[in-house]
Ligand binder design. Structure first.
Ligand SMILES: Cc1cc2nc3c(=O)[nH]c(=O)nc-3n(C[C@H](O)[C@H](O)[C@H](O)COP(=O)(O)OP(=O)(O)OC[C@H]3O[C@@H](n4cnc5c(N)ncnc54)[C@H](O)[C@@H]3O)c2cc1C
Length: 443
């Protein structure tokens, strides 16, 4: 039997429920494969609409990226507006940006309904420049205003009053982002699905799928599900049982760590309870928790094995920004896999009659799993076809064995560009525009 990896959220989770594995045969309207936030949202929305649903999770609810991320629920996608507009056209891109904002509010509403209301004073995301902006942030703010994003620019002085590091210059604040304990949220969703009559099984990996007449069959080690609809939401952990999806995404690892509880020391460095990230192409993101810790995330790699000194690697990134935190003890560090498509956008659609997929959220999954999960549930329950908004971002081939090599080289190139831009900060007297119109992304 599988259990959670050792991470801050598993250590502090409020709910210790262990769910049964599927034993025997069960018939249902929809079988959802994967108990991350994508699968949970779809199952919950179907249960809310009165449909019968069975969710199969190969390990534990929220065991994957959904239960071990940075916890930033922010509008936007893993790629910025300009790139989305290039791929899908301005009109669709605008709709998609609105949808990403709806995703944030959907999660906030669910949290309130589950008794975990977001504190309005903790809402907001500061994106801080590591090179002087010189007017670029005002231009960015004005462009985002045309997309209904209401952002505020902060001067170097204002930024450094909150983030006490000489490495930061100006910053821009997006006001709707909030931080959450993502594993607690996932577990609350599972409870709500069950309360509404849905069935949730852990340690029940889908091994194969097939057809019997008009039904879809899913085999697990000890059971079988027969369903009218099948939805695949296996993210960066998608295995070979669904080759069409596995071929279309790259599993990319990223890291996070949690410190000891030491609010006095943290006050000397991070004097804000908002979410924070920098504007690097391959940047850091972090936040203070309400119980006095910092959760710090960063780095991405195509190598899926953890480095032995993971905590020390992230601690060094933190100390580079805040040398005053040198005495802060790190309690645990962990990694997780994100699914990335080559176009960086979620993959949402239909593989065949009654077979759906909802995956590849990259480093921006908390709002996008919500938004797209609602679309897929509406497609199944009501025949709603808004999921087609994602049609421009198809199941493009991941590059086979060369895919991870290309991804790693791209990351190194981005790191080098960051290093070069920052190295020249003092000499460089002109600001550059932000990398893309992207309100906030963790990676
Ligand atoms: C360290 C880290 C930090 C991040 N920080 C942020 C952040 O701050 N904000 C943000 O928006 N996003 C963040 N992300 C990204 C975000 O967590 C993901 O995009 C999102 O959680 C993906 O959800 P998912 O449901 O698609 O996949 P997952 O949560 O990975 O769920 C997939 C599930 O499918 C299960 N599964 C796989 N195969 C099978 C099978 N055959 N049968 C049954 N079950 C199966 C797995 O066990 C897994 O539980 C971060 C990710 C990581 C790893």
């Amino acid at each position: 039997m599988s259990d959670y990896i050792d991470c801050h959220y598993a250590r502090t989770r409020a709910d210790q429920t262990q769910r049964p594995f599927l034993d025997g045969t069960i018939a249902t309207g929809t079988a959802v494969i994967g108990g991350g936030l994508a699968g949970l949202t779809i199952a919950l929305e179907l249960a809310r609409a009165g449909h019968s649903v069975v969710l199969l999770e190969g390990r534990r609810i929220g065991w994957g990226a959904s239960g071990r991320n940075g916890g930033f629920c922010a509008p936007g996608y893993a790629v910025g507006y300009d790139r989305i507009a290039q791929m899908a056209g301005e009109e669709t891109a605008r709709e998609l940006m609105g949808l990403s904002q709806d995703g944030v509010e959907y999660v906030a509403n669910n949290l309130a309904a589950f008794g975990m209301k977001v504190d309005p004073k903790r809402r907001g995301h500061i994106s801080a420049r590591r090179i002087p902006a010189r007017g670029a942030l005002e231009r960015y703010r004005d462009k985002m205003a045309t997309l209904s994003f209401n952002m505020r620019v902060q001067s170097v002085e204002e930024t450094r009053a909150q983030l006490k590091s000489p490495l930061y210059f100006e910053s821009i604040v997006e006001p709707t982002t909030f931080a959450m304990q993502p594993l607690d949220y996932a577990l609350a969703m599972a409870r709500e699905i069950e309360r509404r009559g849905g069935k949730v099984f852990e340690n029940s990996p889908a091994l194969s799928t097939g057809r019997f007449g008009t039904s879809h069959l899913v085999a697990t080690p000890r059971g079988r599900v027969s369903a009218h609809h099948l939805v695949i939401c296996t993210g960066g952990y998608t295995g070979r049982f669904m080759p069409a999806l596995r071929r279309a995404m790259l599993p990319i690892a990223t890291y996070a760590m949690a410190s000891e509880c030491n609010p006095a020391l943290l006050d000397a460095a991070i004097a804000t309870s908002l979410c924070i990230s920098d504007d690097r192409r391959a940047g850091d993101y972090y936040r203070r928790t309400s119980d006095g810790r910092v959760i710090w995330g960063g780095r991405i790699t195509a190598r899926t094995r953890d480095p032995a000194d993971l905590a020390e690697l992230l601690r060094r990134d933190m100390i580079e920004v805040y040398p005053q935190l040198v005495g802060l003890t790190i309690e645990c560090a962990w990694s997780g896999l994100m699914a990335y498509a080559r176009h960086y956008m979620p993959q949402v659609g239909r593989l065949g009659e009654g077979v759906w997929y909802c995956t590849a959220f990259g480093g921006h999954g908390l709002n996008t799993t919500a938004a797209t999960g609602c679309l897929i549930a509406a497609a199944i329950a009501e025949g709603d076809d808004r999921y087609r908004l994602f049609a421009p971002f198809g199941l493009t081939w991941n590059g086979g064995p060369l895919g991870p090599v290309a991804a790693q080289l791209t990351y190194w190139k981005l790191q080098l560009q960051d290093w070069w831009a920052e190295r020249n900060v003092d000499q460089k007297k002109v600001g550059t525009a932000p990398k893309d119109v992207q309100p906030s992304s963790t990676t």
